[in-house]
Design a protein around this ligand. Sequence first.
Ligand code: RB5
Length: 146
Amino acid sequence: MIAIACDHAALEMKRDLLGLLDEMGLAYHDYGTYDEKSCDYPVMAAKAVTSGECDRGILICGTGVGMSLAANKVKGIRCVVCSEPYSAELSRRHNDTNMLAVGARVIGPELARMIVRTWLTTAFEGGRHQRRVDLITALENGEELE
Ligand code: RB5
């Protein structure tokens, strides 16, 4: 199950990406926002990341920056903000990202679709990358890294 949420700046892009998820046959939960009324992106990010219902998630705001910053404050979240598919792919292969943020005021709908499709279909490589992801988790848990 994929969590998806946006703020007022990204409603149209979220609707388009919901269409992409439908085309890909993927189940999702849309945590809002549902209209163009101004809302706070940290609240929208929190709705998507704290429900515990989903294993991956997509966040969309004006730049993707605010949503990703908020999401990354939550334990276990590894959120990448992407404006091109290369980072989206590598963030899955090497960093095992579980959230993707995109900026509706930064990129157009076709590029957003390409990024989301790439991110959703790329697997984590594990191996030496697992050790590094484990180190991120250790840092998150207040452990000292050598
Ligand atoms: C809203 O105006 C805007 O600040 C928000 O969508 C996002 O870009 C924040 O990072």
